[in-house]
Design a protein. Structure first.
Length: 197
């Protein structure tokens, strides 16, 4: 039973269609941040944007935060003027749900430095992007086009040790994009916990 539960998100993710596929315009996001301030994707037109779907209750998310992998990426690309937005699409009725202040405190306690952590309590943004797992990553170019949609890396496990030997798709894509090159791997199948819509 435990094995079946563990692998369900992977099977679920593999069967989904990408709603925000590479080459398509990124759907607008208009959500409150954890501090209550409104945030819109269109406010960052002309900049590179990374979207990270996050749920602190997910062991796959904790893998990347416990290993400090996600924080390192946020810091690296934030320092290159890339706008990093974390999005939590967990339904308020789910056991994993954190109220905005608690979600903000969790991110701060982890040392995370996204530009903002957005509360998508009704799942509007998550469904618009076809976000199915946490984590799931998107790269949006300055013209507002999706250039990457998928997994953060190729080690489909919840073990923080696997970060050391993983091929990081997000990092590879951002480095290519910032160098003016096309993203060579524009989509991958995301892995992790299902988004708790």
């Amino acid at each position: 039973m435990m094995l079946r539960t563990l692998f369900l998100p992977l099977a679920f993710a593999a069967s989904t269609v990408l709603a925000a596929a590479p080459g398509q315009s990124a759907p607008e996001i208009s959500l409150p941040a954890t501090d209550g301030k409104p945030a819109r994707l269109s406010d960052h037109k002309g900049k590179w944007v990374v979207l990270e779907w996050v749920n602190p209750g997910c062991p796959y998310v904790r893998k990347h935060y416990d290993s400090k992998n996600m924080q390192a990426l946020q810091k690296t690309y934030g320092g290159k003027d890339v706008v990093w937005l974390a999005v939590n699409s967990t339904n308020p009725g789910h056991a994993d749900y954190l109220k905005p202040a608690a979600m903000g405190d969790w991110m701060k306690g982890q040392g995370g430095t996204p530009r903002a952590t957005l509360m998508d309590e009704k799942g509007v943004a998550g469904r618009a992007y076809g976000a199915r797992t946490t984590p799931q990553m998107f790269i949006i170019d300055p013209k507002g086009q999706v250039v990457y949609n998928g997994a953060i890396d190729d080690k489909r496990s919840a073990n923080p040790e696997d970060v050391k030997t993983a091929k990081n798709f997000l990092k590879a894509g951002m480095d290519e994009a910032l160098a003016g090159k096309p993203v060579s791997t524009a989509s991958t199948t995301p892995y992790g916990c299902t988004v708790k819509y």
